[in-house]
Design a protein around this ligand. Structure first.
Ligand code: NCD
Length: 324
C-alpha cells in the first residue's frame, strides 16, 4: 500500500454556470443566477461560523469601497465580507477626496483602480453609475446603491433571510411597504422576489407608488390594512425624505397612522409573519419600537446575512474573472 498524497478537495466548489464579472442590478439576473448567489452565501455563512470567522478564499486581492453617499450597513458589510475572505480593503469617501477639487467620478474610479484593486464597490446618487464604471474599468464592479434605482446585495440579503425562515421564496406573499418611488431596496426586491416566484405586493401612498407597477402586472395596494392578513413577509421601507422633491403626504403622523407597523396591526397579521426593514429605521414612522424589537422582526438577521451575500458576490465575481 502506498501513502501517495491525496488531493485536498476544495472547501467550496465554484459553480460552473457562473460567468458574470459584475453585479449591477437584480433586474438583469435570472432566477438561476440569483439562486446560485443565495446558495453560495448560505455555504459561506456556514463555513465562516455565521460570518464571524475567516476563510482564506480571496487572499492577495483588494476591494475598494467607493462611496459617494452615506452608508453604515452596506459599506461596513462589504469591508467585513472582503476581510472575512482574506482580501484587503481600500476605503474611499467623496468628502475629503479630490472630488472636491473637481475630479470626475470616472477619473476618481480609474485612479483607485490603478492602485491594483480587483473589485470596485460603488454607491452614488445617480442611477446607472455602476453600469458606467463596468464599461470604463477592467476590474469587477458591484453596485452598493445607485440613487433610487437598484441595490442588488440588499435585495439578495433580504431574500436569503426569507429563505432561511421559510425554506423557499416561491408562493410566499411579500409586501414592500412605503416609499416605493425613491427606494432602490424596493426595486431590487421587486425584481428578485418575482423571479423566484413570490407574489409581490407593492403598497404605499398613491404619491409614492407609480401606477406603472400595475401595468407591469404587479399587485398595487394603497391601504396596508387591506393586504396585511394575507402577507407572509412585510418589508418596511424608510421614507426617503432626502430624495423627495415635493411633499408626498400631509404629515409624518398621517403616514404612520396608515402605514406604520405597530402592535395593533401585528394582531391582524399572520402568526408567523416576518417583519423586515433594510435599515436605517425611523422608529415611529414605518415601524414602532415594539415591532422593530419584537419576536417577528428579523432586521438584525438581515444585517448578518448582508456579509454572507457580499462574500458570495465578491468570490463569484473574482472566480468569473479568472475563468473568462
Ligand atoms: C438603504 C439604502 O441606502 O438604500 N439602506 C441600506 O443600504 N441598508 C435604505 C435606506 O436608506 O432607507
Amino acid at each position: 500500500m502506498t501513502n501517495a498524497p491525496t488531493a485536498t478537495p476544495p472547501i467550496i466548489e465554484f459553480p460552473k454556470s457562473w460567468t458574470r464579472r459584475h453585479l449591477l442590478d437584480l433586474e438583469s439576473l435570472d432566477a438561476d443566477e440569483i439562486t446560485t448567489i443565495l446558495d453560495t452565501a448560505q455555504q459561506l455563512k456556514t463555513l465562516t461560523n455565521d460570518c464571524k470567522s475567516k476563510l482564506p478564499l480571496l487572499v492577495g486581492k483588494t476591494c475598494a469601497n467607493l462611496f459617494f453617499e452615506n452608508s453604515t450597513r452596506t459599506r461596513n458589510s462589504f469591508s467585513l465580507a472582503a476581510k472575512r475572505l482574506g482580501a484587503d480593503t481600500v476605503e474611499f469617501s467623496s468628502s475629503g477626496s479630490s472630488v472636491a477639487k473637481g475630479e470626475t467620478f470616472v477619473d476618481t474610479a480609474k485612479t483607485i483602480e490603478a492602485m491594483g484593486v480587483d473589485w470596485v464597490v460603488t454607491r452614488h446618487s445617480t442611477p446607472g453609475t455602476p453600469h458606467l464604471l463596468s464599461r470604463e474599468l477592467k476590474c469587477s464592479v458591484l453596485n452598493a446603491g445607485d440613487g433610487p434605482h437598484d441595490h442588488p446585495t440588499q435585495g439578495l440579503l433580504d431574500m436569503l433571510t426569507i429563505r432561511q425562515h421559510r425554506g423557499s421564496i416561491k408562493g410566499l406573499t411579500v409586501a414592500l411597504v412605503g416609499d416605493i418611488a425613491h427606494s432602490r431596496t424596493a426595486r431590487s426586491n421587486i425584481w428578485g422576489l418575482s423571479k423566484l416566484g413570490a407574489n409581490v405586493i407593492i403598497c404605499g401612498p398613491p404619491t409614492l407608488v407609480s401606477p406603472r407597477w400595475a401595468e407591469l402586472g404587479f399587485e398595487v395596494a394603497h391601504h396596508l390594512d387591506d393586504i396585511l392578513p394575507r402577507c407572509d413577509v412585510l418589508n418596511l421601507l424608510r421614507i426617503q425624505f432626502e430624495r423627495q422633491k415635493a411633499r408626498p403626504f400631509p404629515s409624518v403622523h398621517e403616514y404612520a397612522a396608515l402605514y406604520a407597523m405597530n402592535g395593533e396591526r401585528m394582531r391582524k397579521a399572520k402568526d408567523d409573519i416576518l417583519i423586515m426593514a433594510p435599515g436605517p429605521i425611523n422608529r415611529g414612522v414605518e415601524i414602532t419600537p415594539e415591532v422593530a424589537d419584537g419576536p417577528h422582526s428579523v432586521i438584525l438577521e438581515q444585517v448578518n446575512n448582508g456579509i454572507a451575500v457580499r462574500m458570495a458576490a465578491l468570490w463569484l465575481l473574482a472566480g468569473a474573472n479568472q475563468t473568462n
